[in-house]
Design a protein around this ligand. Structure first.
Ligand code: SF4
Length: 346
């Protein structure tokens, strides 16, 4: 038996005893549910995903309900999970599957990778887990396991894909796929791999050489640029707050945020409203991290004497107790701060 066969045999034997078999998307394991879970699990841990998945499936139990939903409702259920392009892509892909595939989830790799938000690895996971096809996955967890077992630099994507393909068995692919994801998530973790509990310890080259955490070799990160903005938490006498919907493309696409301004608050008001500010309070600045830059946000709480008119596109007053739209993470944080400082209703 060669090393590749040992790898999958070891993994499958380990999975029988230790694999995760009670995740909510495994019962029933339909393509729709696997797809939603795979998208939610990108960059996000299982324990965080479970309540989001359950809420999402309760609201959108099938592809038709998701396709017919309003994007605001989809984004609202995603609030807090981050990487919102995932939610927009899910919504759009559901509409494509309903309109172009009669609502039947495609079961071919070429069709799946043409859909929004489904890359090669996610397509492989859907086909392996939901259709039990012999397809390959290569997500972050798998890359870590393989780059350690076979000492491969993470940057060498082609080599990793080739190896992942060779290791994937023709049979029991669904179990193997779940097993390798579980191994990466629970045993071969990024900073503290539990090698003594690992089924691959005898064949893992990084473990044999005692260099487990040197792999995968971390990418050199460039220093991120820093940008600044102010977020205007404008509240009227009815205690409603003003939010503005972001364009679908770009930063926080489709989400609702507090109006942002780079100029002075007084200048911004001159441009957008004829009303006077009753009270102004500056909150401490905080930093929000995007993939490509940091955004230093200075929140300014502004009280208006009445329900003011604003000349601001895509804006609306919301009661703070009933906001049923998707909110950007800093807005969620600031709304909590506003409540806890008991400024709302003061
Ligand atoms: S032996 Fe250690 S480093 Fe190697 S795959 Fe297992 S947990 Fe990861």
């Amino acid at each position: 038996m060669n090393i590749e066969n040992n790898f999958s045999a070891n993994l499958l034997a380990w999975f029988e005893k230790h694999g995760r078999k009670d995740l909510p998307w495994q019962h029933p394991r339909t393509a729709y549910r696997v797809w939603i879970s795979e998208i939610m699990l990108q960059q996000t841990q299982v324990v965080t995903v479970i309540p989001y998945f359950e809420r999402f499936i309760k609201t959108f139990p099938n592809i038709e309900t998701l396709a017919n939903a309003h994007l605001d409702q989809v984004l609202q259920l995603w609030t807090g999970l981050g990487y919102y392009a995932r939610a927009r892509n899910l919504h759009q892909t559901a509409q494509i599957i309903v309109n172009e595939f009669n609502g039947i989830f495609p079961d071919k790799l070429e069709e799946l990778i043409n859909l929004k938000g489904i890359g090669k690895s996610t397509a492989g996971a859907i086909l392996a887990l939901a259709f039990n096809q012999s397809q390959t996955i290569l997500d972050g967890n798998v890359k870590r396991v393989l780059s350690r077992c076979y000492i491969i630099e993470n940057s060498n994507e082609n080599e990793l894909w080739e190896l992942a393909k060779q290791l994937t068995p023709i049979q029991r692919t669904a179990e193997y796929t779940q097993a390798i994801m579980d191994l990466g998530a629970t045993i071969c973790t990024r900073t503290k791999p539990r090698c003594l509990e690992c089924p691959q310890q005898l064949i893992c080259q990084a473990h044999q050489q005692g260099v487990e955490t040197c792999f995968p070799i971390p990418k050199q990160r460039k220093a991120l640029p820093i940008k600044q903005t102010q977020m205007l938490m404008i509240q009227n006498a009815q205690q409603e707050i003003l939010l503005q919907r972001r364009p679908l493309k770009g930063l926080w696409g489709g989400l609702w945020i507090f109006p942002m301004c780079e100029e002075s608050v007084e200048e911004w008001f001159k441009e957008h409203s004829e009303e006077k500010i009753a009270k102004k309070y500056i909150f401490p600045m905080f930093r929000h991290t995007f993939t490509h830059f940091y955004l230093d946000i200075t929140p300014i709480h502004i009280l208006m004497a009445k329900k003011s008119q604003f000349d601001l596109p895509n804006s609306q007053w919301f009661s703070t107790e009933k906001i049923e739209v998707g909110l950007a993470a800093p807005v969620v944080k600031l709304l909590q701060q506003l409540t806890s400082f008991q400024l709302i209703g003061a």
